[in-house]
Design a protein around this ligand. Structure first.
Ligand SMILES: Cc1cc2nc3c(=O)[nH]c(=O)nc-3n(C[C@H](O)[C@H](O)[C@H](O)COP(=O)(O)OP(=O)(O)OC[C@H]3O[C@@H](n4cnc5c(N)ncnc54)[C@H](O)[C@@H]3O)c2cc1C
Length: 354
């Protein structure tokens, strides 16, 4: 027989969305439990680790995760002048960032269960978890927040699955000189995506994210190798790539995130920007909204309040997200018109906003 317990809100996943949701709900007095399948929150890191500067102002979790500041973003297109725009941000230690959020949630009263995988929904309010000891546990929760990433298990329970996922692969290399800007490189081989060079002190996160052509083989490691060689030839990085990592990036249109007593947040809800692939800030902001409404719904017993989360995050993201999604469809369809298509579909160019 599995152990049994109950709480107001069960949060699944200790990434930025889950951490922010748990923190917001616990601060409002809810009895919050959080299950994370990884033994150590935030590791291994699967991220280029850039956050917009504005996000720091919204969080009260210190700055121990900040490695360096960046001021601008340079967009590089072959044979074109480099386009530089103001884009203040920080490159962070993502594991420390995730851990700082979770610590804040714990300090607010959230019970965190690492090395605990959410397996199955027994009924609307009951979820089966498996801990590291192999022991099963059934938790009954008024509200379930699925913040369990791009391949969300909770999303699958309610039929809300990410269908447009882009692969990303990255390595870390020594930088030849310090940089206070990020670089984004477009080339025809990186189909409907881009390569990035994000400085992190004396190293850089170098990666690519792209659309895979259905039915056509795509060797991501080889493409990344070609991009690294190019940066090496340009004298920007040196040495051997280390710490390879890879993951999936949702590129979804806006859709509901609330299904009965279940709310999805972050990558699980497809809240990642469909053109840039940036998802940390949206995960934190939308996770926070989900946590607040979940706490209100649980305290009042009126689960219909959860729908206000859908209203709020749509108000916040819909216009920008819809535009980005349309640009993604255009970019994928018009890639043969490279580089013109990039100039109308990438955020650094005025036509993107037209
Ligand atoms: C290569 C790459 C580079 C990126 N670079 C950037 C960047 O520089 N800036 C940026 O803003 N965004 C970046 N992103 C996107 C960003 O990482 C995501 O948008 C962000 O992590 C979303 O946060 P989340 O909390 O929704 O999901 P995640 O961070 O994916 O967290 C989900 C958590 O749920 C846990 N989990 C999953 N299933 C279960 C289960 N069944 N039971 C218990 N726990 C479970 C996972 O272990 C994980 O810890 C990048 C993505 C990739 C792949």
């Amino acid at each position: 027989m599995p152990d049994k317990a109950s709480c107001d809100i069960l949060v699944v996943g200790a990434g930025p969305a889950g951490g922010a949701a748990a923190l917001a709900a616990a601060q409002r007095g809810a009895n919050v439990w959080l299950a994370e399948r990884k033994p150590v929150v935030g590791t291994p890191v699967r991220c280029a680790e850039y956050i917009p500067a504005l996000l720091l102002g919204r969080l009260d979790i210190g700055t121990s995760f900040v490695v360096q500041r960046t001021e601008t973003m340079k967009t590089v297109l072959p044979g074109e002048p480099v386009r530089e725009i103001r884009a203040p941000g920080f490159v962070i230690n993502r594991d420390v960032f995730d851990q700082s959020l979770i610590r804040a949630a714990q300090n607010a009263g959230c019970r965190v269960m690492p090395a605990t995988r959410v397996c199955r929904r027994v009924d609307d309010q009951t979820v089966l978890l498996k801990g590291s000891s192999g022991r099963d546990m059934e938790i009954r929760a008024a509200v379930i927040i699925g913040a369990d990433g791009p391949h969300s298990t909770v999303g699958r329970w309610v039929g809300a699955v990410n269908r447009r996922l882009l692969p990303g692969i990255q390595a870390t290399l020594p930088l030849t000189e310090p940089m206070d800007w990020t670089e984004v490189h477009f080339t025809p081989e990186i189909y409907a995506g881009y390569g990035w060079l994000f400085p992190k002190g004396n190293v850089a996160n170098v990666g690519i994210g792209l659309k895979k052509t259905p039915g056509r083989a795509c060797n991501l490691r080889r493409l990344l190798g070609g991009f690294i060689d190019r940066l090496r030839n340009e004298g920007k990085v040196s040495g051997d790539p280390a710490r390879y990592t890879a993951g999936w990036i949702p590129a979804e249109s806006v859709r509901p995130a609330v299904y009965g007593n279940v709310a999805l947040a972050g990558d699980a809800a497809g809240q990642t920007h469909p053109i840039t692939g940036a998802g940390i800030a949206n995960a934190v902001i939308c996770g926070d909204m989900a946590g607040k409404w979940a706490a209100r719904a649980a305290a009042s017993g009126d689960l219909s309040l959860l729908k206000q989360y859908d209203v709020q995050w749509h108000d916040f993201l819909e216009t920008a997200h819809d535009r980005a999604f349309r640009r993604r469809i255009d970019m994928e369809a018009g890639w043969r018109d490279f580089p013109e298509i990039v100039k109308s579909c990438w955020v650094a160019f005025r036509d993107y906003y037209a």
